[in-house]
Design a protein around this ligand. Structure first.
Ligand SMILES: NC(=O)c1ccc[n+]([C@@H]2O[C@H](COP(=O)([O-])OP(=O)(O)OC[C@H]3O[C@@H](n4cnc5c(N)ncnc54)[C@H](O)[C@@H]3O)[C@@H](O)[C@H]2O)c1
Length: 321
């Protein structure tokens, strides 16, 4: 019998790549997604799709009755600015949604493992000097980052008290094909669209702020390894948390230049006032994922940017065909 994986948020950017990979690895795949930001076209054909909200009793029932070996939980409110404007909505999706899944696993006495997708870009805050290590103090600067960290504490609690198998992955800035250029997370997706629309690239502030850009194919592989590798014993909250990035901070100015090169573009770069609350430096130490999961990024930034630009250009061409 094939192993079974349930992927919440599988109609989204990262989730659809994760679903592709689990199918390719021989898993039966089911997806829960309410399509609030996801795309109906994204889930792979071989997956069973449930259009369901992750906070609902129906989602709990699917998980409790599904005998899944792995639950990858990606469904979330991902927009930092929206979390500031409406922290109750953010907490409901990101905390209550996660609790709903954990309770379903507990009720079912599941032996399956939940892989939770957290943020390495936002939970460490501004008081540490990057590269951020998993055990660094956390000072989340937004309701989004607070809700992700709170969910990690629930995971850790369910592990210790109820024996729920879990891993938390703390992603850097994930980019690649299928990222929504209208979303808030994707500067690469936004820049690709603007180059193709022959519009200038806008950089907020001096453009020297750094981020850890990691390719979505590498991220999907980290999820798969986190789901299938042997993991450290349940302990403090950081014991089963892994940063997933490249270990390199890239400034927005350098990112724009690399993308221009990959796209053979000479789009104008314009500067706009710095956005309040934006972190200056953020990148991750990824030694733990290397050591424990045997994971490391394989796709260089220039290769990943070229892939992403080519995919965005193909999408545009298909729309105009
Ligand atoms: N993209 C990044 O750089 C990044 C960085 C750190 C962490 N993450 C995390 O990775 C996960 C996936 O992010 P993404 O970039 O693929 O975003 P995305 O918006 O493309 O995917 C999220 C998916 O979840 C679905 N969803 C949202 N609320 C839901 C709900 N209540 N019930 C059911 N489905 C719901 C959406 O429709 C969407 O398909 C998120 O948990 C996000 O916080 C992403």
């Amino acid at each position: 019998m094939s192993p079974r994986a349930l992927i919440t948020g599988g109609a989204g950017f990262i989730g659809s790549h994760v679903a592709d990979l689990f199918l390719a690895e021989g898993y039966e795949v089911e997806i829960i997604d309410d399509l609030s930001t996801g795309n109906r076209e994204n889930p792979p054909k071989g997956a069973v799709f449930h259009e369901v909200n992750v906070t609902s009793p129906e989602a709990g029932k699917i998980i409790a009755e599904g005998s899944f070996d792995v639950v990858v939980h990606l469904a979330a409110q991902i927009d930092v600015r929206k979390s500031v404007a409406d922290p109750v909505f953010d907490a409901n999706t990101n905390i209550i949604g996660t609790l709903n899944i954990l309770e379903a696993l507990r009720r079912a006495g599941s032996k399956g493992r939940i892989v939770f997708t957290s943020t390495g870009g936002a939970i460490y805050g501004d008081f540490n000097t990057p590269p951020n290590v998993e055990t660094f103090p956390k000072d989340p600067e937004s309701p989004y980052a607070i809700s992700k960290l709170a969910a990690e504490y629930y995971l850790s609690y369910y592990g210790r008290v109820h024996g729920v198998e879990h891993v938390a992955l703390r992603f850097g800035n994930v980019y690649g094909p299928r990222q929504d250029p209208h979303g808030e997370a994707g500067v690469v997706a936004i820049f690709c669209s603007r180059i193709l629309d022959r519009k200038p690239l806008t950089i907020f502030g001096d453009g020297l702020q750094t981020r850890d850009y990691v390719y979505v194919g590498d991220v999907a592989r980290a999820v798969f390894l986190a789901a299938t590798s042997s993991i450290p014993p349940v302990e403090r909250v950081d014991a089963r948390a892994f940063n997933v990035g490249t270990g390199v901070g890239t400034s927005v100015v350098d990112l724009a230049e690399l993308l221009q090169k990959a796209a053979k573009s000479d789009a104008e770069v314009v500067f706009a006032p710095k956005r309040p609350g934006e972190q200056q430096e953020s990148f991750l130490n990824v030694e733990k994922a290397k050591k424990v999961l045997g994971w490391q990024p394989r796709v260089s930034l220039s290769e990943g940017l070229a892939n992403t630009f080519a995919w965005t250009a193909d999408q545009l061409a298909a729309r105009h065909a």
